[in-house]
Write a protein that binds this ligand. Structure first.
Ligand SMILES: *Cc1c(COP(=O)(O)O)cnc(C)c1O
Length: 398
């Protein structure tokens, strides 16, 4: 059966909440995907910053298969070896002493919200987040997401979330009251348009938290796991959060999320306060152990920095060549955005579709930038190929 026939079957049976590319994917390897017709695609999104070691990385696949042969699930009524090894790797390589595992980004952000509230005590429940942020789609995490378009139709939103415009830390300070317990942000906004908040701004948030006795929560669901050139983005900011969440690339495609925090804060979640049936599932955890071992191997993260600098340089050249459509580049490591002009924004969706027609997968984020989040193992030849196709598409439209 053809790709188009599968797509048509899919459109008959799914809830219509996604606008998918018209492709039914069957196979992935490295930075490449193949659909039901055998058509090849160069994947510069990696399953939305998830398959960071590339599709079907042999070491991850082996870890998954081996674990699936011995034990798939026992719940958190027991310990399992992969979960312990993963928590040890995460704590040894971050500020954190303790880990809680769930299955997705939204779930670990929910856990972070609950932890911030219970740790701060009665009457202190309010969390301040920033315009343009993205923290998930469950009711509490969508309420924390300071973008009204994600709230529309789902009101009333859960209480306890305040939104500050990004830019002046004074705007955050104005919202702090007796009931505030935390400030939540992404060090670099992903979905909102690949926007780094900047070290000075993040330090100002840290200072506000310290002055007012608040917790600083970093959502590193998209920026973590090597994406920005260090294991987590906070390492490059000089600012250390109190709670951090990770998911997306953590297990290279298996569903897994982790909340990381200090001994002192972790102590507030005692038996019975929070949990997850599948969280830290041994198969997903075994995949994540393989991911961390690969990423922590000497040279891996330096490689991400070098490839990111190369890619960013090429995108800057494109922006200079097509000033009518693009005005610059922002981002870090291999989470990069080509900033579009007003004219470019009008063509944003069209650029993505035309690239897809040429077998190149990227997306349009925050209605402002073309977002690139390729597997971290992407080669310079693959970057050159993407750049060449993108240049032709921009030339067609410009
Ligand atoms: C993707 C994302 C989430 C939500 O993760 P899900 O696994 O889709 O629930 C939350 N925060 C950030 C920064 C993300 O990029």
């Amino acid at each position: 059966m053809s790709n188009a026939a599968w797509v048509a079957r899919g459109e008959e049976v799914f809830v219509g909440n996604y606008s998918r590319f018209p492709a039914t994917m069957v196979r992935g390897q490295g930075c490449r995907l193949w659909d039901e017709d055998g058509r090849e695609y160069l994947d510069f999104l990696a399953g939305i910053a998830v398959c960071s070691l590339g599709h079907c990385h042999p070491r991850v696949t082996e870890a998954v298969v081996a674990q699936a042969r011995s034990l798939v699930h026992v719940s958190n009524l027991f310990h399992t070896r992969p979960q312990i090894e993963l928590a040890e790797l995460l704590t040894a390589n971050t500020f954190a002493d303790r880990v809680f595992m769930a299955n997705s980004g939204a779930e670990v952000n929910e856990a972070a919200i609950k932890l911030a509230r219970i740790h701060s005590g009665e009457g202190r429940y309010e969390i301040i987040s920033l315009t343009g942020s993205f923290h998930g789609r469950t009711l509490a995490t969508v309420a924390a997401t300071a973008q009204p378009k994600f709230h529309q139709g789902f009101e009333p939103m859960p209480q306890g979330f305040r939104y500050a415009p990004y830019g002046d830390p004074g705007e955050v300070e104005q919202l702090i009251g007796d009931q505030t317990c935390a400030i939540l942000c992404e060090p670099l906004q992903g979905e909102g348009g690949v926007l780094p908040l900047g070290n000075e701004y993040l330090q100002a948030l840290r200072d506000l938290c310290d002055q007012h006795g608040l917790l600083l929560i970093f959502d590193e669901i998209q920026t973590g796991m090597g994406r920005t050139g260090t294991l987590f983005a906070y390492e490059q900011t000089g600012v250390v959060p109190d709670i951090m969440t990770s998911a997306k690339a953590l297990a290279n495609g298996l569903p897994l999320g982790a909340l990381l925090t200090t001994d002192e804060i972790a102590a507030s979640l005692v038996p019975g306060t929070h949990g997850s049936t599948f969280g830290g599932n041994p198969v997903a955890a075994a995949a994540a152990v393989a991911v961390l071992e690969e990423m922590l191997a000497p040279g891996f993260l330096e490689g991400v920095q070098q490839t990111g600098a190369y890619f960013s340089g090429k995108l800057n050249e494109l922006a200079a060549r097509f000033p009518v459509l693009a005005s610059g580049v922002r981002g870090q490591g291999l989470l990069l955005g080509l900033i579009l002009t007003e004219e470019g924004i009008a063509h944003g969706g069209e650029i993505v579709q035309r690239l897809f027609g040429r077998g190149m997968v990227i997306n349009f984020a925050g209605n402002t930038v073309l977002r690139f989040a390729p597997p971290l193992v992407v080669s310079r030849a693959e970057i050159d190929q993407l750049i060449a196709e993108l240049a032709e598409v921009l030339a067609e439209l410009g």
